[in-house]
Each structure stands twice: as structure tokens, then as C-alpha cells.
Write a protein that binds this ligand. Structure first.
Ligand SMILES: *Cc1c(COP(=O)(O)O)cnc(C)c1O
Length: 232
């Protein structure tokens, strides 16, 4: 069942990319495995999926440990809100961190990233629709945070991430995603670096995100089925 759903998601990505006159391989698929078991992740791996996203530190660590035999082949992304006292665990065990939203977190991740590992790949989470309840920096605060990250050699800034309010109409959603793409372009020009990642789009809206330039979609339910816990 996971393999069938993965195939369907890959087809949706391919179709959306074609519609947008983009190459299908310009969009990475991150399978969001939060609340699902290590065995379900293993099933996805057998179907060819190698990148996984987790929202909760403890749960993620347990799964990474349970799948230690596959560690070399897998890429683990942390995509949830992070308290600074848990930054160490993320820096030590994950490959990517999508939700950097303040300097203190960036500094902690940098301080704890083991020397023997490549730099932690990071994205800045942007609060693109100004919802006060959501995490992420305001769009105009992205530049200062990017500057701070650039000064930390154990981190490598790859781009921007957002989780817009899914309740807005598709044209509003697309407007927010296009603002993200413009922000990324402006930041890349200002920092004179390539920022290849726009981490946006989930199960319900990956088409809109890809049409707006997303290069990495984070998909949970469309691959693994419904989550029966209270996670977002
Ligand atoms: C849960 C989650 C997803 C996946 O959402 P689905 O709707 O299940 O595809 C993506 N990104 C983040 C940050 C999440 O927390």
C-alpha cells in the first residue's frame, strides 16, 4: 500500500512539474514519517524512498536508531519546531533542518554539529502569511538571519521553508508561494550564493507549490495514510 501511494505521489509530482514546464527531477520528495513506525519507513525504503522528515525530536531519534542498518543510505530531515535544548540531538543525528527561525537555534546547531559529519543542511522557516501562531521569521527578517547562518561553517544554508495556512483559497496560497520564490531569489542575489531549496507543498497542495517553484515537497498522509494523533 505504501509503495502504491508512493507511486501515485511521484506521478502527481511528475505531472505538476510537466504542467509547470519544469523537469520532474527538479522536485525532491520528502516522505514525512511522523507518527508512523520504523517498519512503515522501511516499507517506503523498499519502494525506493530515501529521504524522510520528522517533526518530533524523540520520535525521530528512535526511528533513526531503529533503522541504523540503513543510516548510510537515508537522509533524515528535521521539519518541526525546535526548542533550543533539543538542538544538540538534531545537530548530532539529522542531515537537514528545515525550520531554523532564530539565531539562537542556528548557533546551538552549529556548536553541536560533530566535526566528523558534513555541515548540517539548513533552511530558514518563513512565516509567509503573518500568522502570529505559526513559527517562522517574518519575510523582512530573513536577510539578517541568513547573514548569521553564513557566519557558521558547520551549517550550510540551502534555502527557505514555509507552512502557509492551508485553509486559504488556492489563488491566495499560490500568491504566498510565489512570494516565497521571490524572497529566495532576492536573498540568493544579496548573499551571492545559490539557494536551491524552496521547501513548500504538502499532500493537499503539492501541485500549487510546484507550479510556484517548490523544489522540495514534504508529503505525509498521501504516502503513509491518515495520522490518528493530534499532529499538524
Ligand atoms: C506533517 C507535516 C507535513 C506533511 O503533511 P501532510 O499533509 O501529511 O502531507 C509537511 N510539513 C510539515 C512541517 C509537517 O509538520
Amino acid at each position: 500500500m505504501i509503495s502504491t501511494q508512493l507511486t501515485q505521489v511521484r506521478q502527481r509530482i511528475q505531472y505538476a512539474a510537466e504542467q509547470a514546464k519544469r523537469k520532474p527531477d527538479s522536485v525532491r520528495l520528502l516522505a514525512v514519517s511522523k507518527t508512523f513506525s520504523a517498519e512503515q519507513v522501511r516499507e517506503a525504503v523498499e519502494a525506493g524512498q530515501l529521504e524522510f522528515g520528522e517533526n518530533y525530536v524523540q520520535e525521530g531519534l528512535e526511528k533513526i536508531e531503529a533503522l541504523r542498518d540503513l543510516r548510510e543510505s537515508l537522509t533524515w530531515h528535521f521539519i518541526g519546531p525546535l526548542q533550543s535544548n533539543k538542538a544538540r540531538a538534531v545537530a548530532e543525528h539529522f542531515d537537514w533542518m528545515h525550520s531554523v527561525d532564530r539565531e539562537k537555534i542556528a548557533e546551538r546547531l552549529h556548536a553541536h554539529r560533530p566535526i566528523g559529519l558534513p555541515p548540517l543542511q539548513v533552511c530558514i522557516q518563513v512565516n509567509i502569511d503573518g500568522q502570529s501562531t505559526k513559527s517562522g521569521v517574518a519575510p523582512d527578517a530573513v536577510f539578517a538571519l541568513a547573514q548569521a547562518i553564513h557566519a557558521l561553517p558547520r551549517l550550510r544554508l540551502r534555502g527557505l521553508m514555509c507552512i502557509p495556512d492551508p485553509a486559504q483559497p488556492p489563488d491566495e496560497l499560490q500568491a504566498r508561494y510565489l512570494e516565497m520564490a521571490a524572497l529566495r531569489d532576492e536573498l540568493a542575489a544579496q548573499q551571492r550564493c545559490e539557494l536551491d531549496i524552496l521547501s513548500m507543498g504538502m499532500s493537499a497542495d503539492l501541485e500549487v507549490a510546484i507550479a510556484s517553484g517548490s523544489t522540495l515537497v514534504r508529503v505525509g498522509t498521501a504516502i503513509f495514510g491518515n495520522r490518528y494523533s493530534s499532529s499538524p
